[in-house]
Design a protein around this ligand. Structure first.
Ligand SMILES: [Fe+2]
Length: 570
């Protein structure tokens, strides 16, 4: 799932939140509540001014970071731990298109569409807090932009487990990341039921919004109302319960029309990948958006934990991390399944290069190439170059394990490996890999311009730590020049904590690769609520800050769906 936030932030964060937004045992407020009621229910303590962000060109980073640290109240931890812990909390209300307050700046009228975010919005049941935030139930937030204004709607995904636990008022399921039903191992032994929590990602496919969780099937939602339509097999493509990745990739049109490319994974002593390619738009030949266009299956030796992958026009690129899985403690009710993963010390992973359907190599078997040591959750991008495939990813020195006895609030960041962005050039003829470190700054959640997906990109935008080296919570956003290494950084430190940035191209800006906006959910520790910050993607200057009346669940993923030109007013 999700690295720095997942194993670092999260470990220190699943703690009872401040009374201000703690959810009552009765659960989420109903959708019929008015926006003002909802807003007041989730009202935060008296607002303190948000710390002015900084735009820091690469050459000034060190000095600026030093200055920021020197003025922080967080010393020696460089941030206020209580602020950071407070980012993880129950969301107690569901809002209906609440107009958002623009606290600073203004929203460009050219920014039109919807930012969808998914994340764990429910972290407690019956007074029992989940062991890990990523065991929390998925909540979708939709921030719609039009005519220089923005509104917010949010809904929990009505999964079978969420509905049952809402009714029971207590935990009925174990969590993959270590949440146990009350009662110790005896209450959990041999209970191997999965609660599909639908909390990891949210994307549009055809007429559905899909709430994704990689260990089971997708939930379909109404893209406008966010009402849960239910588990979907995508018109019979998926078998019931088939594990459907939470990390689809959007092919901008390498094979004609845009496609959503994704995979299903079945793992054990051997692993099988089912690669799936769906149409994203209606086509002139009768193809409908959401229709399956192509698929293939390939099996590989060994256990696989594949959270993400990358695509080029002709390849799907997977990285099989060197991990072992011993399920016994899970079966015996002592650990969650993810707590049974362990790095194979000193072992290398393996790249699996699967020829995409429609490529000249479509009938060929996958290529297997040894990967560098370490662990990867997320990739930035991949492309083809002569006889090579190049993939940029966020690497960790090791797989950070989560112990059942760990106290979330006391994580020592200096003891946990940071994520570092690296470029691996995979020579297809020699079967070798050349690795280059692109930045020494701790990072996660990186993306390129959507039109450069699968092609070499000049720029990447990513969440980063405030200081230029060392592991910390993610408090800033960097624009990294992938050619020169130059960075521009906007920071929300010391009291702000960022989630995944989403780059949105400006349709009226002429197509430059960095012409657009970066949308950033920020947990504002001073205000005890989330902000949505809009940055200029080119300069990283702050353009607007929208103050939300509640928390957007911290961490995990989102996507932007642009308003079609046909629906825009002149
Ligand atoms: Fe992820």
């Amino acid at each position: 799932m999700d690295p720095v936030l997942f194993f670092c932030d999260a470990m220190t964060s699943t703690a009872p939140s401040s009374p201000v937004q703690a959810t009552s045992a009765s659960g989420v407020a109903t959708a019929s509540q008015s926006a003002s009621q909802s807003a007041s229910q989730s009202a935060a303590p008296p607002a303190a001014p948000t710390v002015p962000p900084t735009v820091v060109p690469a050459a000034r980073e060190a000095a600026a970071a030093t200055a920021a640290t020197a003025t922080s109240t967080a010393s020696p931890d460089r941030f206020e731990r209580a602020d950071w812990v407070s980012a993880y909390r129950n969301v107690s209300v569901e809002l209906d298109d609440l107009p958002l307050t623009v606290a600073r700046g203004e929203i460009s009228a050219a920014l039109r569409g919807t930012l969808y975010r998914n994340g764990p919005g429910r972290l407690e049941r019956g007074g029992v807090w989940f062991h890990h935030p990523f065991d929390g139930d998925g909540m979708i937030a939709a921030i719609r932009f039009a005519d220089g204004r923005a509104t917010l709607r949010n809904r929990f995904v009505r999964t079978e487990g969420w509905l049952a636990e809402e009714k029971a008022g207590k935990l009925l399921y174990r969590g993959v990341f270590g949440t146990q039903k009350p009662g110790g191992p005896l209450a959990n032994v041999f209970d191997l039921r999965l609660k599909n929590i639908a909390n990891t990602h949210v994307v549009r496919l055809g007429d559905d919004l899909l709430a994704l969780w990689e260990a089971a099937g997708p939930h379909a939602l109404d893209p406008e109302s966010l009402a849960t339509r239910g588990l979907t097999t995508l018109n019979g493509v998926l078998k019931p319960g088939e594990a459907f990745s939470a990390h689809p990739r959007f092919d901008p049109g390498h094979h004609g029309q845009p496609r959503l490319v994704t995979f299903c994974l079945k793992t054990g002593p051997s692993s099988t990948i089912r690669l799936l390619e769906f149409a994203c738009e209606d086509g002139p030949d009768g193809v409908k958006a959401g229709q399956l266009l192509a698929e293939r299956r390939d099996s590989f030796r060994g256990f696989a934990f594949l959270h993400d992958f990358a695509i080029t026009p002709n390849w799907a690129v997977f990285l099989q991390n060197a991990l072992d899985f011993n399920p016994l403690p899970y079966v015996l009710g002592q650990k969650g399944a993810a707590q049974c993963l362990k790095s194979r010390t000193g072992a290398h992973g393996q790249f699996w290069l699967v020829p995409r359907p429609g490529s000249p190599m479509a009938g060929q078997p996958p290529r297997l190439v040894p990967a560098p040591e370490g662990f990867v959750f997320h990739h930035l991008n991949a492309w083809e170059e002569d006889e090579a495939v190049v993939v940029e990813s966020i690497h960790y020195a090791d797989f950070p394990s989560v112990g059942p006895e760990d106290d979330f609030r006391d994580t020592d960041f200096d003891a946990i490996p940071e994520g570092l962005i690296k470029r691996c050039r995979i020579d297809l003829e020699r079967g070798t890999v050349e690795t280059t470190l692109l930045s020494e700054r701790c990072c996660e959640f990186a993306m390129v311009h959507p039109a450069r997906q699968g092609l070499e990109a000049r720029y990447g935008w990513m969440a980063v730590a405030q200081r230029p080296q060392g592991n910390d919570p993610l408090q800033a956003i960097a624009k990294l020049d992938l050619k020169t290494g130059e960075q521009r950084v906007w920071s929300a430190a010391p009291r702000g904590f960022v989630s995944e940035p989403i780059f949105v191209p400006d349709p009226e800006a002429g197509g430059a690769e960095d012409a657009g906006w970066v949308l950033v959910p920020v947990w504002n520790g001073a205000r005890c609520a989330s902000d949505l910050v809009i940055l200029c993607a080119r300069t990283m200057a702050e353009l607007a800050v929208l103050e939300l009346p509640l928390a957007i669940p911290h961490g995990l993923h989102g996507s932007f769906v642009a308003q079609p030109h046909s629906q825009r007013q002149a």
